[in-house]
Design a protein around this ligand. Structure first.
Ligand code: Z5A
Ligand code: MG
Length: 212
């Protein structure tokens, strides 16, 4: 049998919900389980588009809402070839934020949700989408929001509402208000059952995000 491709696992969620913490943990656990795994984070602030995004998020520069939306999407598109190759070579990818964040944040700012989906049509389709759900009051207890552009209570409340419009039955909802250890355990259990479900039925890579 040909080598099975890696899984594309996307971790989305509210601000301060522990995405980056749990992505690191999941990569470590999967590696310990003998699975070749890499972490991917969007936005990737190291590329040319990423540097423009970073400057915008840090409020060092200003951009039209549509233009920054397209930059976030471009930042994903420029990674797709390399990510596809890794997946086809058997590497599992754990992705910290993806196009769902892209649409949720831009539509929360007032852009049309359907317009926001368009630039990401044709991106790699995730095999598993985990959503770390956290109440805004709980999020604020985690040291308060920082200085970046979107770290404001009213916007974050809207962002969660927009995420819920994008959610479908396949999303794995994780209660992110638990201790780090309990969240980690829930994620691990969810990944194990997702892997069991996908076993033997894993499809070649799909490029039809939004039409899963
Ligand atoms: N954005 C966009 O507009 N369009 C797009 O297409 C994309 C993104 C991809 C930067 O994202 C911004 O870009 C983001 C969305 C927008 N704007 N906002 N807001 P980012 O991913 O770089 O943001 P971040 O700086 O990583 O923050 P974050 O993702 O919101 O945080 P997190 O990764 O979810 O949480 P964490 O860093 O793992 O943990 C936060 C703190 O909570 C930390 O002190 C932890 O130790 C603590 N923590 C974590 N878990 C727990 C538990 N279980 N209990 C108690 N404390 C905890
Ligand atoms: Mg993070």
């Amino acid at each position: 049998m040909a080598q099975q491709r890696g899984l594309l696992i996307v971790v989305e969620g509210c601000d301060r919900s522990g995405k980056s913490t749990q992505c690191d943990n999941l990569v470590t656990s999967l590696k310990q389980d003998g699975i070749d795994t890499e972490l991917v984070k969007f936005p990737d602030r190291t590329t040319q588009t990423g540097k423009m995004i970073d400057s915008y998020l840090q409020q060092k520069s200003d951009l039209d809402d549509h233009a920054i939306h397209l930059l976030f999407s471009a930042n994903r598109w420029e990674a797709m070839k390399a990510l596809s190759e890794k997946l086809n070579n058997g590497t599992t990818l754990v992705v910290d934020r993806y196009a769902f964040s892209g649409v949720a944040f831009s539509s929360a700012k007032g852009l049309d949700l359907e317009w926001c989906r368009n630039p990401d049509i044709g991106l790699l389709t995730p095999d598993v989408i985990l959503f770390l759900d956290l109440d805004i009051d709980e999020a604020e207890k985690r040291g308060g929001f920082g200085q970046e552009r979107y770290e404001k209570r009213e916007l974050q409340i809207k962002v969660r509402q927009e995420f819920m419009k994008l959610k479908d039955d396949s999303w794995k909802m994780i209660d992110a208000s638990q201790s780090k250890e309990d969240v980690q355990r829930d994620i691990w259990d969810t990944i194990q059952s997702s892997k069991a479900q996908l076993k033997d039925t894993i499809q070649p890579l799909q490029f039809n995000l939004w039409k899963r």
